[in-house]
Design a protein. Structure first.
Length: 317
């Protein structure tokens, strides 16, 4: 609009004051070629109108599909030309970006003893009938031991906490639990359970599964050696075969990162002299594992503080 107004001012000065074109352009600081410029006619007017009509009929079509429809109607235009007109008319399809949880990358823990940090996750598989089921996997990040694998068609947050209660009764309580941002782990019930037991929740960043690498590695072995190697007729059959594999994994399977020891053999070598298995896993004596007690974030007015927003200074990283 500024250029049109400047050209109008030049014409006004020439008409009212009798100045030449050169003098009027010099007075208004405008180039003579700009004043003389005549816009070229739009040779894409017909194509532009046809494309806009198609876009009104098919508002979710992109420029490639619109170009294919135009070609069917006899319009000869390459994709670059169609795309240029598509952008000029602001016909781009709006794509709604999925809202993701924003989290800070969790620090890496300095693992020195069992029950310092557990990792939990879910694995999906199906029965011979086609019915799908999920398996909750739990791994001690230090010993690589698998305390439990719970398989069922539905595993909610309350079922998860019941399984963790059973494992804690047998092996003791962890200082922290590392997990992803699934609904079972971000529910209020799970947060309240962790607050009650004074357990840190360490959430990984969305889309970064290797921030929970211990459980991802275990799930890979679990799927390759158990789920893919067996044919599950029923859910009870799947639970029996999974439990048999879990016991073999803990007691017999050599683990490369543990010096080709099984998790139970490695855990036995970490046991203090004169200690008992109960003390090793933290049963009966909280002093069995010489690590600082980890406080849970304080409760704010109106709800519980997000566990990932607390101070990790007392956790042994």
């Amino acid at each position: 609009m500024e250029l049109v107004e400047q050209r109008r001012d030049v014409a006004l000065v020439m008409a009212e004051h009798g100045l030449s074109e050169r003098q009027a352009c010099k007075l208004l600081e405008m180039d003579r070629t700009t004043y003389r410029y005549e816009p070229r006619p739009d040779r894409n007017a017909g194509l532009r109108q046809a494309m806009m009509e198609l876009a009104r009929q098919k508002p979710r079509y992109g420029y490639r599909r619109l170009g294919a429809l135009l070609a069917r109607r006899g319009w000869q235009a390459n994709p670059k030309r169609v795309y240029r007109l598509y952008r000029q008319e602001h016909l781009a399809v709006r794509r709604l970006k999925r809202k993701r949880v924003q989290r800070i990358a969790p620090p890496v823990a300095m693992l020195r003893a069992p029950n310092q940090e557990w990792a939990i996750d879910f694995v999906l598989d199906s029965l011979a009938t086609g019915r799908s089921f999920r398996a909750l996997t739990i791994v001690d990040s230090f010993t690589r031991a698998c305390p439990a694998i719970e398989a069922d068609s539905c595993l909610g947050s309350q079922r998860v906490t019941r399984v963790l209660d059973q494992v804690i009764a047998e092996r003791g309580q962890p200082l922290a639990i590392r997990c992803d941002n699934g609904p079972e782990f971000t529910s209020r019930h799970f947060w309240s359970w962790c607050e009650k037991r004074q357990i840190w929740l360490v959430f990984i960043e969305p889309g970064r599964p290797m921030q929970n690498g211990y459980i991802e590695s275990f799930n890979g072995r679990f799927r390759d050696e158990c789920l893919n190697a067996n044919w599950f007729l029923t859910l009870a059959d799947a639970r029996a075969k999974i439990e048999a594999w879990r016991r073999e994994y803990n007691r017999e399977r050599p683990h490369r990162s543990l010096g080709y020891l099984s998790p139970e053999e490695f855990a036995a070598r970490q046991m203090p002299r004169g200690g008992s298995p109960g003390l090793m896993w933290g049963r009966g004596d909280s002093r069995a594992i010489p690590l600082p007690r980890t406080p849970f974030p304080a409760v704010r007015a109106g709800g519980m503080t997000r566990p990932d927003a607390g101070d990790f200074s007392s956790y042994d990283w």
